[in-house]
Design a protein around this ligand. Structure first.
Ligand SMILES: [Zn+2]
Length: 272
């Protein structure tokens, strides 16, 4: 009997143990599921954050890729390959946002007025134009001529920095700067074929420059010397540059005459 009691107690004990084990197992299972769910939620949230960060990095990379593209696209001197009919004519070299100049391009230079240099091949034409203007009573000031890649980069970067400090985001600062300053490699001044000329009495680079006697003289006579007003007011959508009544570009006498008569920009002329 004693043994019976003992074995019953043992059985009871065994059942209790099984119950405890089962409850333990259930608790473990529930805890495991809860932890699993928690880990899943946290994991997803983290993944989302990481994707966001990755997208932001991608966007930034895109901006810097766009920025560096223009500087590196052209690898051979004056890029006129798109226009086979005029490609051998250095006077018609097209340099703009979609036709950048090679970073290493450096023309042979000649000083046209004190501290202002042009491509040596246009020295005589530029000097004659300035001389004849002076003879006609004009008082001209050449505020800029040849500018190398490095100088253009300095100007661009300092304008970019101004916008950034005004609170523009990097992409907006870049887009805004590009409207008024040519990206390094896309400025005609790097060819040595362009001159910025103002009245010596009014040296501001704005539209009022067009009202000066000097600007009017240049607009009427520059073609005789092979120069054209490169960025006319009504052609900003063609040239991509706002009206610049001071910016003159050498294209040669024949082209300058035809462009002036037909009211064509260089972009339009080289496509003929
Ligand atoms: Zn200019």
């Amino acid at each position: 009997m004693g043994t019976d009691l003992h074995s019953r107690r043992q059985r009871n004990h065994g059942r209790k143990l099984k119950k405890v084990l089962f409850i333990g197992f259930l608790a473990g299972l529930v805890c495991g599921l809860l932890l699993g769910a928690l880990a899943f939620i946290i994991g997803n949230a983290w993944k989302e954050k990481r994707n966001e960060a990755e997208n932001a990095t991608k966007k930034n990379k895109e901006v810097s890729r766009q920025a560096s593209f223009h500087g590196n696209a052209a690898t051979v001197g004056l890029n006129t390959d798109t226009y086979p009919s005029k490609k051998d004519d250095w006077r018609l070299a097209l340099v703009n946002e979609s036709h950048p100049l090679d970073e290493g391009w450096k023309p042979e230079l000649a000083e046209v007025v004190k501290d202002r240099y042009v491509d040596a091949r246009i020295l005589d034409a530029a000097a004659k134009m300035l001389e004849d203007a002076a003879g006609a009573g004009m008082s001209l000031y050449v505020c800029s001529a040849y500018r190398d890649y490095e100088k253009q980069r300095e100007i661009f970067n300092s304008s970019m920095a101004d916008r950034l400090s005004q609170g523009y985001g990097p992409l907006d600062a870049y887009e805004e700067t590009k409207k008024s300053v040519a990206f390094p490699g896309t400025s005609e001044h790097a060819t040595g074929l362009a001159l910025d000329i103002t009245s010596a009495k009014y040296v501001e680079l704005n539209e009022k420059q067009a009202d000066t006697e000097e600007a009017k003289w240049l607009a009427a006579n520059s073609w005789k010397y092979g120069f054209v007003l490169r960025y006319p007011p009504e052609k900003a959508d063609v040239t991509g540059i706002i009206y610049e009544p001071w910016h003159y570009r050498y294209v040669g006498q024949e082209a300058a005459k035809e462009m002036t008569e037909k009211n064509l920009t260089l972009e339009e002329y080289v496509e003929l």
